[in-house]
Design a protein around this ligand. Structure first.
Ligand code: PLP
Length: 403
């Protein structure tokens, strides 16, 4: 490790709250699907800031839009209209396909989900103050604020910070019977990730989401889909729910929406959105012109059929190659899951995931391991087959040590 890396890590450790187990490298700049550290070492990035850098790094139209907007107006209060926000909202409302859709911008995924939960509660309270139950899934991830970590069906995120907001229940994702057994007229909303990311990359099986939609309609509950990780083209559809043939009442987005500039959004169909009136919700920074200028670049490019088609083509290729890797190392890879460019390889052995990620990093490849044993791949959406091969070649070399 060079002096420059040491110096920055020491400074960071002395000042930054130690909530992340960080890798011992300091990133400096990027280009396309590659990033470089301060020592000049190059890495192929198959994490993309955890599903954020959808257009890759240093994408000229995005960098230029941000720079141009920074010279004009970085921020103004949401008490005023801006062209950038109006355009971004209009595009999202149209793309969502939700009837008379309304969009609210925040700064992160957690904020988007907080807003969605709050809107659902407000809407349901109009019918009855008892209609407050929110059902979410085990192994879900919805954020780190109090309501969203309560919505997150992984108890370890909730330890030591109680009392937690009331009214949340959990079911197993893909188990429709269990969901039905939990629902009643008191169910306010069902909140699910269209594709579970953080929990280990699980896609909805068969008609699961259609059946969830039907149960929500039966009990007058809202369906909130969290597409913070799976949305923005990652599944090969701009909204992953379009892949599964349903529409939610509310959808949440963040991560890739502005290609790396902080933003979050919830989009609700008009009748639901009416439950929020002036003064009911707000934000200082959310949807400011800088973030929306970036979002507009993403929203002009990613929904294009040719872009989404390419995500599907590369994603299918990637998945096939992962299955081939599984066949090569049947004792190491238990299952390959996912779709488009949200893919996971579940390892058969616990505790080697972290080592595999570290060894790939040493060899210049950034991947991620979630829930301790699922290698998760959420690369920039602009990756090409050769880069998939490049990453898998390194991963295969690393796996061979454990076979
Ligand atoms: C599905 C999902 N929802 C919500 C969040 C929270 O987003 P943020 O970290 O921007 O608050 C994440 C982050 O990983 C996520 O993957």
């Amino acid at each position: 490790m060079q002096e420059i890396t040491k110096e920055i890590i020491v400074k960071d450790k002395a000042a930054y709250l130690p909530v992340f187990n960080r890798y011992q490298i300091v990133l400096d700049h990027g280009e396309g699907a590659y990033v470089w550290d301060v020592e000049g070492k190059k890495y192929l990035d198959f994490l993309g800031g955890i599903a954020v850098n959808v257009l890759g790094h240093n994408y000229p139209p995005l960098a230029e839009a941000v720079a141009e907007q920074a010279h004009k107006l970085i921020h103004c209060s949401n008490l005023y209209h801006t062209r950038q926000q109006a355009e971004a909202a209009e595009k999202l409302a149209r793309l969502s396909g939700l009837e008379d859709a309304r969009v609210f911008f925040g700064n992160s995924g957690a904020e988007a989900n907080e807003g969605a939960i709050k809107l659902a509660r407000k809407y349901a309270h109009q019918q009855s103050p008892d209609k407050s139950q929110i059902i979410t899934a085990w192994m879900s991830f919805h954020g780190r604020t109090l309501a969203t970590l309560t919505a997150t069906g992984q108890p370890h995120y909730q330890e030591g910070v109680g009392p937690l907001p009331a009214g949340f229940d959990y079911v197993h994702y893909n188990d429709i019977q269990e969901l039905e057994s939990m629902m009643s007229e008191k169910t306010c909303a069902v909140l699910l990730e269209t594709i579970q990311g953080e929990g280990g990359v699980y896609t909805p099986q068969g008609d699961y989401l259609k059946q969830v939609r039907a149960l929500c309609d039966k009990y007058g509950a809202l369906l909130i889909l969290d597409e913070i990780q799976a949305g923005i083209g990652r599944s090969g559809c701009f909204f992953a729910y379009d892949k599964y043939g349903i529409k939610p009442d509310i959808v949440t987005l963040a991560k890739g929406l502005a290609g790396g500039v902080p933003i979050g959004a919830f989009i609700a169909r008009g009748e639901v959105a009416k439950a929020m009136q002036p003064g009911d919700h707000g934000t200082t920074f959310g949807g400011n012109p800088l973030a929306c200028a970036a979002a507009n670049v993403v929203l002009d490019l990613v929904p294009q059929p040719s872009f989404l088609e390419q995500v599907t083509i590369v994603g299918d290729y990637f998945r096939e190659q992962l299955v081939a890797l599984q066949q090569k190392y049947p004792d190491l890879i238990a299952e390959v899951r996912g779709t488009g460019l949200i893919l996971g390889a579940e390892l058969s052995k616990d505790a080697i995931g972290g080592e595999i990620v570290n060894e790939c990093l040493e060899r210049g490849v950034i991947i991620n391991c979630t829930v301790g044993k699922v290698l998760r791949f959420v690369p920039p959406l602009i990756i090409v087959e050769d880069q998939v091969d490049e990453m898998l070649e390194v991963l295969s070399q690393v796996l061979s040590k454990y076979a």
